[in-house]
Design a binder for this molecule. Structure first.
Ligand SMILES: *Cc1c(COP(=O)(O)O)cnc(C)c1O
Length: 406
């Protein structure tokens, strides 16, 4: 029996066969289609895909990886390597790119925070790493100081180590809160305007008492400078997501900072077992992919990128404004998700549509579109769109709003 591969090979070397011998044409096309069509899991499993005009949301799978990241993952998957060797070499390269002493690829920003604090607690003592999160009687410190306004849920990453959180508001309260159990002073950049103490003052207060500092900048690149700004400012550890604007793997992130702390954090990371970080494994493909993502991100033309986002935003704004009663406003958030953001509002007397209905209609349309529902309107961003999708978003939005015109 001739294998299908052999038939295909023969057919491909005889391009005119189908045309010359009519009877083999159906066979040729059947074989060609079954061989060419890759398995479509999205279709097979009935998973909804959509145009992402919302942003880099974890629930929406973050961002689409850069092409070079995917190529790196493919290539890396074909060889064995020692996990620690990959981390060390990639870490050195990333550290040099971001003005840090050291860096390690973690399973996202959240795990970077847990592991970074673990390193602060254990130092280079592997026995202590095995004890986490049981701090009592261990001799390890057990408190993290956070500003009240920075408490938005991500601090769970810190309490996962066994530490408790001490909330403060003023510099005086910080001074009072510091004691022999204080392990870390943590800062959440995206909430900086909700706290009374700003970055440099936070670092200075900590330095005065010899307390390590950590900052969460998960969703705060761009601007690209944020990758080094906080090391330069004096933060000991900086944590960022890999799968948001940098378009690395969604389950990757970076812990960057002081070498002795990164070395200590790695005691709680795979391949070492019996640690709180054992389940936060990052494979070689993602470690290398993350490296390529950071490198590409730093080198890219950020001004050009920004201009593209603005052009797309303007295109959508122009379209929806044509509907009577619809107004738009474009703004750039100062903190987090720093990208042109379009807010769309409409007068209920002129457009009879609830936010929820608009959101549902876009979601259930073809193609499905995700935007952000807000109080009294919607907002959207264009940085996660593929080229040309802004035209679809514009026409669908306009269509739904016009349909509801009174
Ligand atoms: C997304 C986010 C995180 C979590 O980051 P992951 O990379 O998903 O682990 C933490 N903090 C803030 C402010 C975030 O926006």
């Amino acid at each position: 029996m001739i294998s299908r591969r052999t038939i295909l090979k023969r057919l491909s070397t005889m391009p005119l066969l189908g045309g010359l011998v009519g009877s083999t044409a159906p066979l040729q096309s059947a074989l060609a289609s079954s061989a060419v069509a890759p398995r479509n899991l999205v279709k097979e499993l009935g998973i909804r895909t959509f145009i992402n005009a919302a942003g880099t949301y974890t629930a929406m799978t973050g961002s689409l990886m850069q092409e070079e990241v995917l190529e790196t993952i493919q290539a890396a998957s074909k060889e064995f390597m020692m996990l620690d060797d990959v981390q060390t070499k990639v870490g050195e390269k990333i550290a040099a790119l971001v003005h840090a002493e050291s860096a390690v690829v973690t399973a996202g920003c959240f795990s970077a925070m847990t592991l970074g604090l673990a390193g602060v607690l254990t130092g280079l003592d592997a026995k202590k790493a095995a004890q986490l999160p049981h701090l009592e009687g261990s001799g390890m410190k057990s408190e993290v100081i956070i500003q009240k306004g920075h408490n938005v849920g991500y601090s769970q990453a810190l309490t996962n180590t066994g530490c408790t959180i001490v909330f403060v508001e003023t510099p005086e309260e910080v001074e009072k809160a510091i004691n022999e159990k204080t392990a870390l002073m943590w800062f959440l950049h995206i909430q900086s305007d909700k706290g009374k103490i700003m970055h440099q003052d936070w670092v200075n207060l900590a330095k005065k008492h010899n307390i390590p500092t950590m900052i969460d900048i998960a969703a705060d690149v761009p601007p690209v400078e944020n990758l080094w700004r906080f090391h330069d400012m004096g933060f000991d550890l900086v944590c960022v997501s890999g799968g948001k604007a940098m378009r690395g793997p969604q389950s990757a992130g970076l812990l960057m900072g002081k070498k002795h702390l990164i070395d200590a954090a790695r005691l709680s990371m795979p391949p070492r077992g019996s640690t709180i970080g054992r389940g936060m494994k990052v494979n070689k493909e993602e470690i290398l992919g993350m490296y390529v993502a950071v490198e590409k991100f730093i080198k890219q033309d950020h001004q050009k990128e920004w201009q593209m986002w603005e052009d797309r935003t303007a295109h959508i704004a122009e379209a929806v404004k044509k509907v009577n009663g619809v107004t738009t406003e474009t703004f750039r958030p100062e903190l987090g998700n720093h990208t042109p953001t379009l807010r769309i509002r409409w007068e209920p007397a002129k457009v009879n549509l609830t936010v929820k209905a608009l959101q549902e209609n876009l979601r259930n349309g073809d193609p499905s579109i995700e935007i952000v529902g807000e109080q009294g309107g919607i907002s959207l961003t264009t940085w996660m769109l593929k080229p040309g999708q802004e035209k679809i978003v514009a026409s669908r939005l306009k269509e739904e709003l016009a349909k509801a015109a009174v």
